[in-house]
Design a protein around this ligand. Structure first.
Ligand code: PTJ
Length: 267
């Protein structure tokens, strides 16, 4: 049997396999939850439908998200297992550019996982990691999962919270608390995507670096300009455009018949 490392050089979907390997490795290291592997599979399915490229309408959401984070008085980035495994460096860079706090917040909470994620973030350059152990001493009302536990110096007092790979209940609860919630989720139909103030419908692998680039570009903009970007942003439109994009893409593919397997069939 061919070793995975060899397959990675020749496989047509090598990048996708590399990401899977990274998640499996981090599952074994106690960073990613077992359910995180399943959640990634759901994400991959939507990425296939989207075309594995950032959609035009998503760039609008990325711009609005950068503008919201740069305008925020107290922005916080919520980090879970999958995002720590996949984009730790970009999370730390984003925190630096937008002057945001980083907080570990898990659906499947355990002190071991919190510490493992903290170590990864620190290795990526984070100087402060909130929400670990006793530090997560506050609770978000109306959330029954472990995600309700937050740091009083972090998510509890934040005005803007970035939540990559979130669940719908907490997104809704954070909105009810008056916070601006920025979600990153490949599924435009998920409750998180629907409830967030700004939904970046994209793979965290692409969305995080794009968000860092946008924040770097915009960090010296006038506050007035940043406000204008945010006030003109319409999340309903972004969600509708993503669904239209999938719909159109599938219709075109259905008309053409086979697409990606064409070469294989003739060779
Ligand atoms: O690390 P923990 O303990 O917080 O647990 C993490 C998971 C992901 C298991 C937990 O947050 C969970 O159960 O999430 P859900 O409710 O399954 O939601 C995950 C969402 O993220 C789904 O809508 C997926 O489509 C989406 N998703 C998965 N992988 C990616 C993604 N979105 C963007 N980029 C991805 N790579």
């Amino acid at each position: 049997m061919m070793k995975v490392s060899k397959v990675l050089h020749v496989h047509p979907r090598a990048e996708s396999l590399r990401i899977r390997e990274k998640l499996i490795k981090h599952y074994r290291l106690g960073v990613v939850a077992l359910a995180g592997l399943i959640a990634h599979g759901r994400g991959e399915a939507f990425d296939y439908l989207i075309g594995e490229k950032t959609m035009k309408s998503t760039f609008k959401a990325i711009k609005a998200a950068a503008s919201a984070m740069l305008q925020a008085k107290y922005p916080v980035i919520s980090v879970n297992g999958n995002t720590a495994a996949l984009v730790a460096n970009d999370l730390v860079k984003l925190a630096e550019v937008t002057n945001a706090k980083i907080e570990v917040n898990l659906f499947y909470r355990s002190l071991e996982r919190e510490l493992a994620i903290k170590r990864i973030l620190e290795a990526a350059g984070a100087r402060e990691v909130l929400g670990v152990g006793e530090a997560a001493s506050a609770q978000i009302p109306e959330v029954c999962s472990e995600r309700r536990r937050v740091d009083p110096q972090g998510i509890l007092r934040a005005d803007v919270v970035l939540v990559p790979l979130e669940d719908g209940d907490r997104t809704q609860a954070l909105r009810k608390m008056g916070k601006i919630v920025i979600a990153i989720d490949l599924n435009p139909l998920s409750r998180t995507a629907q409830y967030a103030s700004i939904t970046i419908i994209d793979n965290v692998i692409r969305a995080l670096p794009a968000l860092v680039r946008e924040a770097e570009k915009m960090r010296n903009e006038e506050t007035e300009k940043l406000r204008e970007i945010l006030s003109e942003f319409n999340n309903r439109e972004v969600l509708a455009n993503a669904i239209k994009h999938i719909n159109l893409r599938l219709s075109e593919l259905a008309q053409k018949g086979f697409h990606i397997f064409e070469d294989n069939e003739t060779s």
